[in-house]
Design a protein around this ligand. Structure first.
Ligand code: RP5
Length: 151
C-alpha cells in the first residue's frame, strides 16, 4: 500500500488471505515518497517467488501501474477512498492503464480489498489444489450464509 493510512482499507485483503491460509506479506511502498523502495520491491518480486501483488493506493494512485511496469506478476489494484474525491481519482488513475501493462482493477475501498484478496487466492489456487478447496469452501459458506428473507 502507498501509505500507512491505506491500512484501514487494505487490512481487509490481508484478513481474507489469513482466513484462507495464504502466505502473504504487507508492505508500505509509495510510488511518490519511496520510489527506490518501489523499484526494489517490484523488480525483485519474481525472484523472491511471489505469485501476485495487491497494490492499494489513493488519490493520484500510481502505485499499481508503476509496480506492474516492473514485474510480469499479476498486479491487482485497489483504489483507496480519498477524502477529496471519494476514490474516483484513485479508481481512474488505476484503471486507465495503457495497452501493454495490465493492472486488474478492483472496486473502491473495502469491497475492492476483499476481492483483491479473493482474486489473489484464486490465482494462487491454479497451482495449489488444497487452496482451491479452501477457497471453494469459503464460497460455499458465504452462499449458505445468505438469508432467504430479511429479519
Ligand atoms: C497515496 O496518498 C496513498 O496511497 C494514500 O492513499 C494517499 C494519502 O497518503 P497519506 O498522506 O495519508 O500518507 O500515496
Amino acid at each position: 500500500m502507498g501509505s500507512t493510512s491505506d491500512w484501514e482499507t487494505m487490512r481487509h485483503a490481508a484478513e481474507i488471505l489469513e482466513t484462507l491460509d495464504v502466505a502473504h506479506e504487507t508492505r508500505v511502498v509509495s510510488a511518490h515518497r519511496t520510489p527506490q523502495r518501489l523499484y526494489d520491491y517490484a523488480s525483485g518480486a519474481v525472484e523472491r517467488g511471489l505469485v501476485a501483488i495487491i497494490a492499494g493506493a489513493g488519490g493520484a494512485a500510481h502505485l499499481p501501474g508503476m509496480a506492474a511496469s516492473m514485474t510480469r506478476l499479476p498486479v491487482l489494484g485497489v483504489p483507496v477512498e480519498s477524502k477529496a474525491l471519494k476514490g474516483m481519482d484513485s479508481l481512474l488513475s488505476i484503471v486507465q492503464m495503457p495497452a501493454g501493462i495490465p493492472v486488474g482493477t478492483l472496486a473502491i475501498g473495502r469491497a475492492g480489498a476483499v476481492n483483491a484478496g479473493l482474486l489473489a487466492a484464486a490465482i494462487a489456487a491454479t497451482a495449489d489444489p488444497a487452496l482451491g478447496e479452501r477457497l471453494q469452501a469459503w464460497r460455499d459458506a458465504q452462499t449458505e450464509g445468505v438469508a432467504t428473507e430479511p429479519e
